[in-house]
Write a protein that binds this ligand. Structure first.
Ligand SMILES: CC(C)(COP(=O)(O)OP(=O)(O)OC[C@H]1O[C@@H](n2cnc3c(N)ncnc32)[C@H](O)[C@@H]1OP(=O)(O)O)[C@@H](O)C(=O)NCCC(=O)NCCS
Length: 195
């Protein structure tokens, strides 16, 4: 596991590398590779994500996305990363630690996506594991949360494999693919064991 700072995104830009993946904050220069992978993965991802805006894969929407990531990170509200395969630096997916609550909660929620050509190869398990020491360490979080639709077996398996426990069931919790959908709620505390 290595943490090292980059000069690319504000002063807080952190790159995490472990388990065959590299996590680093998205940059404007990532647009083409990101847009190609998201378009290639559209049918794979859209059943599990909020509805994509019509202009989602345009350069101007990506610029707004990057600005939002920077603003959110500066405000300590969310930390977004793209996930790269260490072997060849190919973009494989993304993971965001969002909805950071400080004070008595010290909690945040993770969300993630994997490009269709790279799914089922362990990359997101590696990415979640790479993120955890940073979230519990430098970011001083006590609790990581995640939610998924009950039929999303790959996401459930991923969370269980990374040591998350199922804590609850929230009715019509998030609007996914245009429909308010029930979700399973998972969490992992700082000192919980990773299987
Ligand atoms: C969920 C997702 C991020 C997982 O990424 P990934 O890199 O494929 O995950 P991993 O390979 O690290 O692990 C996935 C686990 O699900 C299993 N899995 C993969 N495809 C599966 C399937 N169709 N049915 C059941 N299990 C499956 C894998 O075997 C693995 O379990 P294991 O550790 O017991 O072997 C990815 O599948 C994805 O982006 N899905 C579509 C979008 C999505 O679901 N986003 C999350 C919303 S909560």
């Amino acid at each position: 596991m290595s943490f090292f700072r980059t000069a690319s995104l504000a002063d807080q830009a952190v790159t995490l590398e472990a388990g065959g993946v590299i996590l680093r904050p998205p940059l404007m220069a990532d647009f083409e590779e990101w847009a190609v992978l998201r378009e290639q993965s559209r049918d794979f991802l859209t059943p599990w994500e909020p509805t994509w805006p019509i202009d989602d894969l345009t350069r101007s929407a990506f610029r707004r996305r990057i600005k939002r990531y920077i603003d959110d990170q500066r405000a300590d509200q969310a930390y977004a990363f793209f996930v790269y395969r260490s072997a060849d630096r190919a973009l494989v997916g993304g993971i965001t630690l969002a909805n950071i609550r400080r004070g008595v909660a010290q909690a945040g929620s993770i969300g993630y996506w994997m490009g269709a050509p790279f799914a089922g190869q362990g990359y997101m398990s590696a990415a979640v594991r790479a993120l955890m020491p940073y979230a519990y360490g430098a970011l001083r979080l006590h609790r990581l949360e995640a939610a998924c639709i009950p039929t999303n077996q790959p996401s459930i398996r991923l969370l269980e494999r990374c040591g998350f426990s199922r804590e609850g069931y929230a009715r019509k919790y998030l609007c996914i693919d245009g429909v308010w959908q029930d979700h399973l709620l998972f969490a992992r505390l700082k000192d919980d064991p990773t299987p």
